[in-house]
Design a protein around this ligand. Sequence first.
Ligand SMILES: Cc1cc2nc3c(=O)[nH]c(=O)nc-3n(C[C@H](O)[C@H](O)[C@H](O)COP(=O)(O)O)c2cc1C
Length: 176
Amino acid sequence: MKPILILYASRDGQAERIAQTLALHLNTWPVQLCDLKDPSAQTIPSTAIIVVASVRYGRHLPEAVQFFKRHTQLTQTPLAIASVSLSARKGDGSPNTYLKKLIQQHQLSPIAALSIAGKLDYPRYRWLDKQIIRLIMRITGGPYDGISCVEYTNWPQLTAFAQKITAHLHQRSAAG
Ligand SMILES: Cc1cc2nc3c(=O)[nH]c(=O)nc-3n(C[C@H](O)[C@H](O)[C@H](O)COP(=O)(O)O)c2cc1C
């Protein structure tokens, strides 16, 4: 059986952690986990592709955007997307503005799409990034002290996302 390919784009590690947890949820299927920065990852034959990508300054990381530019012509393989951002901490998991824009721009038809909260980690940020994130958090009612480290990821949302994907794949394989 061809594996489910989980491709992630991460800078500070939270999208990667989400991708790893997703792989554990999909354990009844063979799963291959790859960094989108690895060009060989995208050529692996797969039953489905799940992209987990974080947002920086209003955009998904460039390696994820590059992937979607190509994916439209690539294949008929079912696609699922998890978008990781801090603004998703206020949502219920349904696609937020970033994810809707990505889907629209690349004319994607994902079988599941999740906007999931990432992690606030001030000690990791460079000075300028820290000031900008402080400003964003102040505007959006989050901690703006410049020292907090808070994981906002709603793990049950990820579990539900994994279940939606497996239900779709089971249905597909039953239909032959
Ligand atoms: C420099 C920088 C810019 C960010 N820009 C945004 C943003 O525009 N919108 C948002 O909701 N979150 C933003 N975030 C929050 C990240 O999406 C969040 O911290 C996520 O967990 C990062 O994922 P990663 O650890 O996989 O890189 C930003 C974080 C950093 C460090």
